[in-house]
Design a protein around this ligand. Structure first.
Ligand code: UDH
Length: 289
């Protein structure tokens, strides 16, 4: 079992050359594996792939070190399904990846933007990462040629979701699964912390990245297919009635609302056991500050 707040480096096994640009292990289109598995089962099944929560290829050096940041509350079944699909998917991509589960304590209204900021800040305290993949827990990728890597511009991975007939939900959608390098995420000051409840934080992030001169990079719909797990609206994450008003001033607030203004405290009780697969960070977010 890993120590929660220390990410030990893997022993370097020396002489490893860089992995191929296009991993030879890619399989292309796939279907969601819907088997019901436990954390314990996955720890066993994938034990050859990871050491203390860090997954990486055995025989070559990955191109980027990834932090997958998952905002989370009360979605254990989705998490099990996601990891059971995403771990083999990223293994076929020869990725070097650490999963961070950023769990918001019950009580306050869900604040996804703030959780993503916390994930970014806390991951950087624990290791050096080239690329941050912000990943909804209910989205399962269906084509491993959709490479989880960061580039010169922010990436939108979940372009074609089954819920939206495998096409972009709306023009300019930048939610679900997105990837930004450390430079990009810090330059845009992360996400806004002010979208309390469902909706708007992803549109705000789009304003932030375009305001800094980036455009959104997307693969074709064929490569970017995802299954979204069917679910109803969560209690404590009702639509935010202020989201449209907030969005109007997104660019004005960008420099003062984000990574540099977040307030949170970390709770050290582990609400999910068997964390060999990921780093769990449980946080209390003060939505009123
Ligand atoms: N999330 C949680 N717990 C919550 C709320 C959100 O873990 O209580 C996380 C999770 O990673 C989720 C993400 O935040 O994937 C986005 O939240 P969402 O799934 O509620 O957002 P989405 O737009 O769904 O995907 C909207 C609700 C759909 C209700 C449809 C009823 N037919």
């Amino acid at each position: 079992m890993m120590d929660l707040f220390v990410l030990p480096e893997l022993e370097e096994s020396g002489g490893h050359s860089p992995c191929a640009k296009l991993p030879p292990t890619l399989a292309g289109p796939s279907q969601t594996d819907t088997s019901l598995v436990s954390f314990r089962h996955m720890v066993q099944t994938f034990k050859h792939l990871h050491q203390n929560g860090r997954f990486r290829p055995r025989d070559c050096q990955a191109h980027q070190r990834l932090a997958v940041i998952i905002p989370f509350r009360n979605r254990k079944s989705h998490l099990l399904l996601l990891l059971n699909n995403l771990i083999p998917f990223l293994s076929r991509q020869q990725a070097d990846v650490t999963f961070f589960l950023i769990e918001q304590l019950p009580g306050a209204i869900f604040n996804k933007g703030a959780l993503l900021n916390i994930g970014y800040l806390e991951a950087l305290k624990l290791g050096q990462f080239d690329c941050f993949i912000f990943h909804d827990v209910d989205l399962v990728p269906l084509n491993d040629k959709n490479l989880y890597r960061c580039g010169d511009n922010p990436r939108h991975f979940s372009v074609a979701i089954n819920k939206f007939s495998y096409s972009l939900a709306y023009k300019g959608n930048f939610g679900g699964v997105v990837g930004l390098s450390m430079k990009q995420y810090s330059e845009v000051n992360g996400n806004s912390n002010l979208y309390i409840g469902w909706g708007g934080e992803d549109d705000d992030l789009l304003e932030r990245v375009t305001n800094k001169g980036y455009f959104i990079s997307r693969y074709s719909g064929e490569l970017s297919k995802y299954d979204m797990v069917n679910h109803s609206r969560d209690k404590g994450n009702e639509p935010n009635p202020f989201r449209v008003k907030l969005l109007e001033l997104a660019r004005v607030r960008q420099e003062v609302d984000g990574l540099n203004s977040i307030h949170y405290s970390i709770h050290y009780n582990r609400t999910i056991k068997d964390m060999a697969l990921f780093t769990l960070i449980t946080v209390d977010i003060d939505n009123d500050r």
